[in-house]
Write a protein that binds this ligand. Structure first.
Ligand SMILES: Nc1ncnc2c1ncn2[C@@H]1O[C@H](COP(=O)(O)OP(=O)(O)OP(=O)(O)O)[C@@H](O)[C@H]1O
Ligand SMILES: [Mg+2]
Length: 154
C-alpha cells in the first residue's frame, strides 16, 4: 500500500486534486471516500468527474436515489451511504457498478463494512482549518507503479 498526502487550501484545489487523481483511474476501480460532514467528499467526486471529462456541475450526492450515474467514455457511479444501509446495495445490484466498465465513488464508505472490495482506493479527507483540507490517498491491493505516478503527477 502506498500513501500520498495532499493539502488543499480551497474548494477549487480539492477539485483539482480529484481531477488529477482521476488520471490514475481505470474501469472497475472503486474509490472509498472517508471524512466528516463537509470534509469535501462530494467536492472531490466533482473533481474526479472533471478529470474523466464529465460535467462536474451534474455531480450531486444521490439523495432520492441510491446512486447517480454520470455517463461518458468511462462512466462514474456515485454512491452516498449516509442515509442508506449496505444491504440496500444488494437490491441495486451494486456489483455491476463496482466491477463494470466505469469507476465507482462511494461517500460514507465506512458503511460498506464487508462490502469493501479487496482492491480499492481509500481517499480520506480531514478538516485542517476553515478552507483547508488534508487529503490522503492510498491504494489497497496490487497496482501498477505507473498508475501511482499519474496520481502524484511526476
Ligand atoms: N479545501 C476545501 N476542499 C473542499 N471543500 C471545502 C474546502 N474549503 C472549504 N470547503 C467547503 O466545504 C464544503 C465541502 O462540502 P462537500 O459537500 O464536498 O462535503 P462532503 O464531505 O461531501 O459532506 P457530506 O458529508 O455532507 O456529504 C463546501 O461547502 C466547500 O465550499
Ligand atoms: Mg457529500
Amino acid at each position: 500500500m502506498e500513501l500520498t498526502n495532499f493539502l488543499s487550501n480551497s474548494y477549487e484545489e480539492t477539485l483539482a486534486i480529484g481531477a488529477r487523481f482521476a488520471q490514475a483511474l481505470k474501469p472497475s476501480d472503486v474509490i472509498c471516500l472517508f471524512g466528516d460532514l463537509g470534509a469535501g467528499k462530494t467536492a472531490f467526486v466533482k473533481g474526479i468527474a472533471k478529470g474523466l471529462g464529465l460535467d462536474p456541475l451534474k455531480v450531486h450526492s444521490p439523495t432520492f436515489t441510491l446512486m447517480n450515474i454520470y455517463d461518458g467514455k468511462m462512466p462514474l457511479y456515485h454512491f452516498d451511504l449516509y442515509r442508506i444501509q449496505a444491504e440496500d446495495l444488494f437490491g441495486l445490484g451494486y456489483e455491476e457498478y463496482f466491477y463494470g466498465r466505469g469507476v465507482a465513488a462511494v461517500e460514507w464508505s465506512e458503511r460498506l463494512e464487508d462490502l469493501i472490495p479487496d482492491n480499492y482506493w481509500k481517499v480520506e479527507l480531514r478538516h485542517a482549518g476553515e478552507d483547508r483540507r488534508c487529503i490522503s490517498i492510498s491504494y489497497f491491493g496490487a497496482i501498477q507503479a505507473e498508475r501511482l505516478k499519474l496520481l502524484k503527477g511526476d
